[in-house]
Design a binder for this molecule. Structure first.
Ligand SMILES: C[S@@+](CC[C@H](N)C(=O)[O-])C[C@H]1O[C@@H](n2cnc3c(N)ncnc32)[C@H](O)[C@@H]1O
Length: 227
C-alpha cells in the first residue's frame, strides 16, 4: 500500500483520504492496485497530471456529471472527483478492472464516483453532461493494444462502439464538452470542434459548436414551369 511508504514529513499537511490521494505520483498510485492492473498502467491508464487537466476542462461548474467511456480501474474518475466538484461515472466491460476500481475507491473513501460494469453500447448518454475517452476501442483493430483476453475482440466491434458513441454525442446540446486522450478521435462527431490541446496534442478538448444537419429528401420543385 502506498500509504505505508508515503513520507508525511516531506509533504504538505493533508486533511483527508481524498487530498492524500492527489498527492501521489503515478507510481505510488498504481502500486495500490493488484499487480496485473498496476503493470498495465503505463500503457493503458491515464497519468495523474493528465487526469487532473482533463477533469478541469470538463467540469465547468459544481455538480456536472462526467462519463468515462471505458474507465479501466477508475483512475481518471478517482482523480477527477478528488480535484474537482464534479460527479464521475465510469463504464467498464472487464470485471477484473471493475473490481479493482471499486476496491480502490472504497479504500480511499472517494465520493462522487460510480463504476458501472457493462458495455458502452448499453449506456445512454442522456444522464451525463461531459465525456472522457482514452482510446477505448482501438484494441479491437490493433492487437498490440489488447489489454487481456477477458472480452471478445473484433474489428466489427470497433465500428459498432464508435458509431454508438458518435450517435449519442451528436444528440447532446450545443456546448457539450468531450476530452480525448490519444486515439484517432473517430468517436467525436463532426459537429464538435477541437478548441484546446495539451501534452503534445495527445489531450484534446472538443466542444459541440454546431447542430448536425440531417440530409434532406429532395422536396417538390418550387419552379415547375422551369423544368
Ligand atoms: C485505454 S483504457 C482507459 C481507461 C481509463 N479511461 C483511463 O483513462 O485510465 C480503455 C478501457 O476501455 C474499456 N473498454 C473498451 N471497450 C469498451 C466497451 N465497449 N464498453 C466498456 N468498456 C470498454 C477497456 O476495457 C479499457 O479498460
Amino acid at each position: 500500500m502506498p500509504t505505508r511508504l508515503y513520507s508525511h514529513s516531506a509533504s504538505p499537511r493533508i486533511e483527508s483520504d481524498s487530498e492524500f490521494l492527489t498527492a501521489f505520483r503515478d507510481f505510488e498510485f498504481d502500486r495500490d492496485y493488484p499487480v496485473d492492473v498496476c503493470e498495465q498502467s503505463a500503457c493503458h491508464w491515464t497519468p495523474i497530471d493528465v487526469c487532473q487537466m482533463a477533469a478541469g476542462w470538463l467540469i465547468e461548474k459544481p455538480g456536472m456529471r462526467v462519463l468515462d467511456i471505458g474507465c479501466g480501474p477508475g483512475k481518471f474518475c478517482a482523480i477527477g472527483a478528488t480535484t474537482t466538484l464534479g460527479h464521475f461515472t465510469g463504464v467498464e466491460q472487464r470485471g477484473r478492472l471493475v473490481k479493482a476500481a471499486r476496491e480502490m475507491l472504497a479504500r480511499h473513501r472517494i465520493a462522487r464516483v460510480e463504476i458501472v460494469h457493462g458495455n458502452i453500447t448499453a449506456v445512454s448518454f442522456d444522464a451525463f453532461d461531459a465525456f472522457y475517452l482514452f482510446n477505448p476501442f482501438e484494441e479491437n483493430i490493433l492487437p498490440m493494444l489488447q489489454i487481456d483476453h477477458e472480452v471478445e475482440m473484433e474489428p466489427q466491434l470497433y465500428d459498432d462502439y464508435t458509431l454508438h458513441v458518435q450517435t449519442q454525442l451528436e444528440r447532446k446540446p450545443l456546448g457539450t464538452r468531450v476530452v480525448t486522450y490519444y486515439g484517432s478521435c473517430a468517436e467525436v462527431p463532426e459537429c464538435y470542434a477541437c478548441v484546446k490541446t495539451a501534452y503534445d496534442g495527445t489531450l484534446k478538448l472538443w466542444v459541440k459548436t454546431r447542430v448536425e444537419v440531417e440530409e434532406e429528401e429532395p422536396g417538390p420543385c418550387r419552379f415547375p414551369h422551369l423544368i
